[in-house]
Design a protein. Structure first.
Length: 276
């Protein structure tokens, strides 16, 4: 009695394995063209971004070592001040994100293709693009001119920019919903508003909450930069210390920022994992 021949490379346990998909040259051409264009743009950008200066990272390493040596000796004699200013920065990010959500919910629904008519959707999409395109520092400067120096200008700068970002994310979540629950609500004779409240919102609420938490993480960091224009928080203290070349206190401030942002990231990840 002869032993059974082992299955061929195209079989497992006697079952035929389908051949891997094969893409023709015409099908691969768009991908090759796109990535080739990216490679060309990178090559053309070598001189404008001064990539040749990368060698100075090694030739001028002594300057970096001196700077790093000062940062390795943080001075925490004003730790209460640093923690208080960091907490103010987090409060700026919290209020900015909260106002951004209030902006993004109606605009996100109005920008969704499957909810809003084109005559309303397209102009609002342009408006949201405008809000996202204007840098936080510019928006913050406008509010500082209106309300003066302080945290409120930072809150509004974050709210405007983040509102535009969240509106786009919210609208994309709405466009990806399952139509069946919406059609089920419509079959009961409900109004358009009831379709949104009972058919759309329950599906997108976890995603919206996750997006908002992620933006809060980002805003906790960007609120620090707003201190450059006098919007309050630890960022203002950071830039004052940097301009004074007080690297020992600067190192302590950086450590406080890193610890705070890390804790916020961990908390946000925990909350998002329970939502999705």
């Amino acid at each position: 009695m002869t032993a059974a021949a082992p299955p061929s490379s195209g079989q497992i346990g006697g079952a035929e394995i389908p051949a891997p998909p094969h893409r023709s040259l015409a099908q691969r051409a768009p991908d090759v063209l796109v990535w080739g264009l990216v490679a060309v743009l990178l090559v053309l950008a070598v001189k404008p971004v001064e990539m040749s200066h990368a060698a100075k990272l090694f030739t001028n390493s002594e300057n970096m070592r001196e700077f790093g040596a000062d940062l390795l000796h943080p001075n925490f004699d004003q730790i209460r001040l640093y923690i208080g200013q960091m907490w103010l920065t987090i409060q700026i990010a919290m209020w900015g994100t909260a106002l951004a959500v209030l902006i993004a919910v109606p605009f996100g629904l109005a920008c969704a293709r499957n909810i809003s008519p084109p005559w309303l959707q397209q102009p609002l999409r342009v408006l949201m693009n405008l809000l996202r395109a204007i840098p936080d520092l510019v928006v913050g400067t406008l509010f500082i001119v209106a309300v003066g120096l302080g945290p409120f200008a930072g809150v509004m700068a974050i709210a405007i920019n983040t509102g535009g970002v969240l509106a786009k994310l919210f609208s994309e979540a709405v466009e990806a919903i399952d139509k069946a629950p919406v059609e089920g609500v419509r079959a009961t004779g409900a109004t358009r508003l009831h379709e949104v409240v009972w058919g759309v919102i329950p599906q997108v609420a976890p995603h919206w909450t996750s997006y908002a938490l992620y933006r809060f993480e980002s805003n906790s960091r960007s609120a620090t930069v707003l201190g450059l224009i006098g919007a309050g928080g630890i960022g203002q203290l950071l830039f004052e210390t940097l301009n004074a070349f007080d690297y020992h206190h600067l190192s302590a401030i950086i450590i406080v920022i890193v610890v705070a942002v890390t804790l916020i990231d961990l908390l946000s990840q925990l909350m998002r994992s329970r939502l999705l």
